[in-house]
Design a protein around this ligand. Structure first.
Ligand SMILES: [Zn+2]
Length: 301
């Protein structure tokens, strides 16, 4: 009995379905389905000329974690993600022969313009394994500790050329400070060209200027504690922005990518390098970071 009933029900459903199709496809002034409900009312006659209302685009609301009027800039004119090649991996705290990687290696062809991340003071130098370097010292954005007088020292290494003098000189966010190179210990053929960028948080402008970007310094602990507390509340938590790696901090050092994403104007979209040998060395941001609030390969906003 059971199969017969099922068949009967199925047959009824099919008939009903066919009827609906027949009505729906029949067109006409008003489409009737169940006998008394009009799905589409008859079309009214349009006047000869219809005046179209101007559509005013609505600005999307600013997400709560987005930097307020960001004064900081991304550090490169192009974005090819993190270097990862036969010479090693360029993520923050990646294992190295001497310990842990203290910055991030931003993959980019030799000659790519490098931009100052912030309004502050810069000087250039030559530093052995780091090659040609530029150090920039800036007050942090107010929400990330600038309001408490905290400063950041940004250390750009392996430059090809720089126009920054060897004495402290004022620099504006977004200004060109040099080009990507392969100087210092990045000169080997296995290591693809990149910007090595480090960020150190300090309690004052003077302390930031005295930073040599080497070794450990327990005195800087309080300033870094404050910075990490603020960036967690202001940006990381609200944007659900995090690294796959366990840490964004090493003592007074911060992961440069998290600071840039939380403080700077939008970065260029991640693109694939044109040169074959660079393409193979690209690791996307999304291989190391994730966020609910934005696409980490495209950047916030
Ligand atoms: Zn590096």
């Amino acid at each position: 009995m059971q199969p017969a009933t099922t068949l009967k029900r199925g047959a009824c459903a099919l008939v009903a379905l066919a009827a609906t199709f027949a009505v729906a496809c029949s067109g006409g002034d008003a489409v009737r389905v169940s006998g008394d409900v009009d799905l589409l009312p008859p079309m009214p006659t349009l006047p000869a000329a219809v005046e179209l209302k101007k559509v005013v685009p609505v600005e999307p609301p600013t997400p709560p974690w987005a930097p307020k009027s960001p004064e900081w800039s991304y550090v490169l004119g192009v974005d090819h993600g993190i270097r990862t090649d036969d010479g090693g991996k360029g993520a923050f705290l990646a294992p190295r022969a001497h310990g842990k990687h203290n910055g991030i290696d931003f993959l980019a062809p030799v000659g790519t313009p490098l931009l100052s991340a912030c309004n502050g003071k810069a000087k250039s130098d030559k530093r052995g394994g780091y090659g040609t370097v530029v150090q920039i010292v800036c007050k942090l954005p107010d929400a990330l500790g600038g309001g408490d007088g905290l400063y950041a020292s940004l250390f750009y290494a392996h430059l090809h050329k720089t126009n920054v003098p060897t004495a402290w000189t004022a620099v504006k966010a977004g200004a060109k400070i040099g080009t990507v190179g392969k100087t210092g210990n990045a000169s080997g053929p296995k290591i693809k060209p990149h910007l090595h960028l480090e960020v150190i948080i300090r309690e004052s402008e003077e302390a930031a200027r005295e930073e040599r970007h080497s070794g450990l310094d327990a005195d800087a602990k309080d300033a870094a504690d404050r910075f990490f507390e603020l960036i967690e509340d202001e940006c990381l938590k609200p944007a659900k922005f995090q690294t796959q790696a366990p840490n964004i901090r090493r003592e007074r050092r911060a992961d440069p990518f998290i600071l840039l994403m939380c403080a700077a104007k939008p970065k260029p979209d991640l693109t694939t390098p044109e040169a074959n040998e660079l393409r193979a060395a690209q690791a996307k941001w999304s291989a190391h970071y994730s966020a609910k609030g934005f696409d980490v390969d495209r950047g916030p906003r």
